[in-house]
Design a protein around this ligand. Structure first.
Ligand SMILES: Cc1cc2nc3c(=O)[nH]c(=O)nc-3n(C[C@H](O)[C@H](O)[C@H](O)COP(=O)(O)OP(=O)(O)OC[C@H]3O[C@@H](n4cnc5c(N)ncnc54)[C@H](O)[C@@H]3O)c2cc1C
Length: 403
């Protein structure tokens, strides 16, 4: 956003509570690698120039990449400047920070969509002897209690952690609800290559049939490992991970699972096959030939009668990892624009109820790719145009008032 505001000669400041790339420095587990290939972290004025475009950045590489970008853009940046409140003021907004108060005509909330790892209410019923942690607290398998691990949630984070923990020798049980199955590669090309080339990642928020649903879908079951392996449920059960249904309750030291495991897996298979058919059709229409022919993955293997309950003690479960999603944090936002679920009401990032207020970096904000590093540039371009028009209107309004 700073790159685009500078390009439009709009005076601005960037306030950051930590250092550049703070989220990656402080809130992610050390072994995390980006699930998006190197070429797919395009930022305004900054493409990939290395010799491994199809590789995946490690956490230190991701931090270094964002530092390099900050060096290039050289934004008017204040680090260690936590915003403690944003409220309406006569001429725009008042932003209170640890380093003083700012008055401004417009505010862009670029504080991220994944600030808090969610822990469901039923976690309160977990027996006291079992350790519980979120992906933000998780470091590595060695830091877990010896014994079995229940990972709850099978989106990218849950599937990645199940893969890592099971490989370390600790037996993993994975509670699986609705999920989005994906293959790392298809017909010899990376899935993200297809999502990009077909235009699916560019699909706009005002084009999708059900935006609320699109915004709440779990992430692809993908990881960015050097061997490009899949981490779908078949890959995980091949390692020895045990699948159970969605965690529905905990009573008397026992977990209760939904009986929908087979259904959610069939649905995920169906949707993956539909996506692959769309890709095949696009490839045929655009004359894209690939080394590997079109094929369909083996359906997800689910045991005949998956267990509906599990006694934590008998099963040797010593740790639960809540990979049940992330939420943004707006505890400091004193402008009444949140819905009952705590989400900002916005139209593609424009907070219409509060002129001059914008939000960036949320899932499907303006495009399917909006919550990816690769997506922010286009969204920031669009929103900076709106913001410039807003400032123009503000100036015109003032001039009219003087006449
Ligand atoms: C586990 C996980 C894995 C992911 N993997 C990928 C991936 O492989 N590829 C990909 O493209 N995307 C990935 N993402 C999404 C990725 O997080 C976003 O693409 C990217 O971080 C969005 O950048 P952002 O600047 O909007 O938000 P963030 O990176 O979260 O940055 C927000 C910044 O705001 C600061 N901040 C927050 N509150 C305040 C405050 N009150 N005052 C001042 N500063 C504040 C934070 O310190 C932080 O630096 C992943 C997300 C998660 C949760």
């Amino acid at each position: 956003m700073s790159w685009w505001l500078a390009a439009r000669s709009i005076d601005h400041v960037v306030l950051e509570r930590g250092e550049v790339a703070n989220t990656w420095r402080t809130e992610r587990w050390p072994s995390l690698t980006l699930l998006t290939p190197n070429w797919q972290s395009r930022l305004p004025g900054f493409g990939y120039e290395g010799d491994d475009p199809d590789g995946f950045r490690t956490l230190p590489e991701t931090i270094a990449f964002l530092e390099r970008y900050a060096g290039l853009v050289s934004p008017p940046l204040r680090t260690h400047c936590r915003v403690t409140s944003v409220r309406r003021a006569a001429d725009g907004y008042e932003v209170a920070t640890a380093q003083g108060t700012w008055q401004c005509k417009a505010v862009v909330l670029a504080t991220g969509g994944f600030n808090h790892a969610q822990r469901p209410k039923l976690s309160e019923a977990v027996p006291s002897g079992i350790a519980q942690l979120t992906p933000v607290q998780y470091r590595n398998p060695g830091s877990l209690e010896p014994g079995g691990v229940l990972v709850v949630g099978a989106a990218a984070t849950g599937a990645q952690l199940a893969d890592e923990v099971q490989r370390s020798g600790r037996p993993v049980t994975l509670a699986v609800g609705e999920h989005v199955r994906a293959s790392r590669t298809y017909r010899g090309k990376d899935m993200q290559w297809w999502m990009d080339a077909t235009g699916l990642n560019d699909e706009r928020y005002d084009e999708v049939e059900n935006l609320t649903r699109a915004r709440s879908l779990p992430s692809f079951q993908l990881a960015g490992y050097p061997d490009r392996r899949n981490i779908d449920l078949n890959a995980l059960t091949s390692l020895g991970v045990k699948l159970v249904g969605r965690l529905a309750g905990i009573r008397d030291g026992k977990a209760q699972f939904s009986g929908s495991l087979r259904n959610v897996c069939e649905l995920a298979d169906l949707k993956l096959n539909r996506l692959l058919s769309r890709i095949d059709q696009w490839a045929a229409e655009n004359g894209v030939s690939t080394v590997d022919p079109a094929h369909r993955p083996e359906p997800t293997r689910v045991e005949a009668s998956p267990p509906l309950g599990l006694d934590f003690e008998r099963a040797g479960i010593r740790t639960i990892v809540w990979a049940t999603g992330f939420r943004p944090d707006y505890s400091w936002l004193e402008v009444p624009v949140l819905d009952p679920k705590g989400n900002i009401r916005h139209d593609g990032g424009v907070v219409s109820e509060a002129p001059g207020l914008y939000v960036l970096g949320l899932t499907f904000l303006r495009r399917r790719k909006s919550s990816l590093i690769d997506g922010v540039g286009d969204d920031a371009r669009d929103l900076s145009a709106h913001l410039a028009a807003h400032l123009g209107e503000t100036r015109l309004g003032k001039a009219a008032g003087r006449l």
